[in-house]
Design a protein around this ligand. Sequence first.
Ligand SMILES: Cc1ncc(C[n+]2csc(CCOP(=O)(O)OP(=O)(O)O)c2C)c(N)n1
Ligand SMILES: [Mg+2]
Length: 550
Amino acid sequence: MKNSRAPSIGEYLIQQLYAHGVRHVFGIPGDYVLGFYDLLSKSKLRLINTCDEQGAGFAADAYARVRGLGAVCVTYCVGGLKLANTTAEAFAEKSPVVVISGAPGMKEREKNPLLHHKVREFDTQKKVFEQLTIASTVLSDPQTAFQEIDRVLHAALRFKRPVYIELPRDVVGVPGIPHHKTPELHERSDPRSLREALGEAEQMINAARRPVILADVEVHRFGLQDQLLKLARKTNIPVAATVLGKSVIGEHHPFYLGIYEGAMGRDDVRQYVERSDCVILLGAFMTDINLGIYTARLDPARSIYATSEKLSIRYHTYEDVRFKDFIHGLLRQHLRVRRLGKIPRPAQIAPRSALRTPRSPRPISVQRLFERLNAFLTDSTVVVADVGDALFGAADLFIRESTEFISPAYYTSMGFAVPASIGAQLANPKLRPLVLVGDGAFQMTGMELATVARNKLNPVVVLLNNRGYGTERHLQDGPYNDVWPWKYHRLPEILGAGRGFVVETEEDLDRALTEAEQWTRSFCLLEVRLAKLDRSPALDRLAARLARRL
Ligand SMILES: Cc1ncc(C[n+]2csc(CCOP(=O)(O)OP(=O)(O)O)c2C)c(N)n1
Ligand SMILES: [Mg+2]
């Protein structure tokens, strides 16, 4: 540190966020966090005000997914507790979000007065976040504050999970200890354990007749997409992805099978994976939705299961092997090069010209909608899918080399997509988000389009309007699945920004997408009016297969 003055605790936190690649902080101010907001607004980080804290939380989550680390900053309890849901999602789906909350000063806490926003005790909010994060701290002691910041940020990066930092308002400007050296984040595998694991993996893969890789979200989180590609190229072992892991690999590669999601996915992919004598699960979450609502049939005796938390090969478990080291190591092993036989492939996408022809006055269906959207994707699209048929249908979208795909496919909290598109685009301004969102989910967080407008972002928002909670209707219907019919396409009038389109026919869709492609100044909102009980082929497949089983 050139300057002999130690930075203040607030300054150090900002420095460290910046050092780890954060450039934007999402949130809403309040008196307990005003001092830190002032520091932030004078720093190299940009503050992004959202309409609601939940919006800020989802935006920070998507930001973390695209950029490697995200941050959200709010006031005590009234703001912080609104982030419980988004932090839970970030935890469940492994997204490293730093939650920063202002709080009453340490001096104010003496004698336990009843200050505004306090719930039960001063540490009530901290206790809630202990359950939702991988590490948490209250920066109450200037002597340890810098170390504490280092500790929790490293935990976020090591485990790709959210962390919680509480900043009592009277410590923000207090200097920490001078001459603090930020430790490097170094995590090494136990070399013997790694060697043995790689040896067993090599043997099992080489002995297998028909191995297959099942790639999931951690490949994305740990930035191992290139290594995965190299592994597949080098060995010709086919690769399937899960829904949560969708976009870990370009879907045009000859060895790419498609999405494996148990009975919800394509049958040929399911059979290929489940009949394999060696399934190499990389960074996979064994979740129900990811694996087709308990319809996946994967046998541990025929699996290599590698994640950041666990490595097991058949029934052997190896301790202290880092996920990254295992994948890098696999690339160095002597894996047999195979002939790429005939494998199932995703349906080829229609050429872009098909987007415009033929014009048809037929009412738009979910299936046609997704077919057309396929032709709308480019290398600079980031698809952000909300829960409901937006997500099920999106599983069949054909993701090109570097198209990103973001969705809450495991935790499945509605209302993710619109705010997430803000985080995704700020994290990488070269991307234009394609937001897929149901009308029910849109009514939860769609007002964040105001934040979109304020920050001059330009997502194309495709709103699947089936007049209610369509997915739920197929399980059990009732008036509780209806929502009030907004005139969604007129929101741009209220917001004074963006363009709205009503889509009732295939022809309308062609026209709207063509215009949206050209109109990049602000957001486009396509209200796609669907039949109430229409559903995507993916949902159809699931229903059909479950019915057969009953
Ligand atoms: C925050 C939240 N509340 C409730 C649910 C339960 N839920 C799952 S899907 C769904 C309906 C979604 O409706 P919509 O967004 O219109 O999509 P659709 O199913 O109609 O395609 C509901 C209520 C949820 N997943 N998340
Ligand atoms: Mg709906």
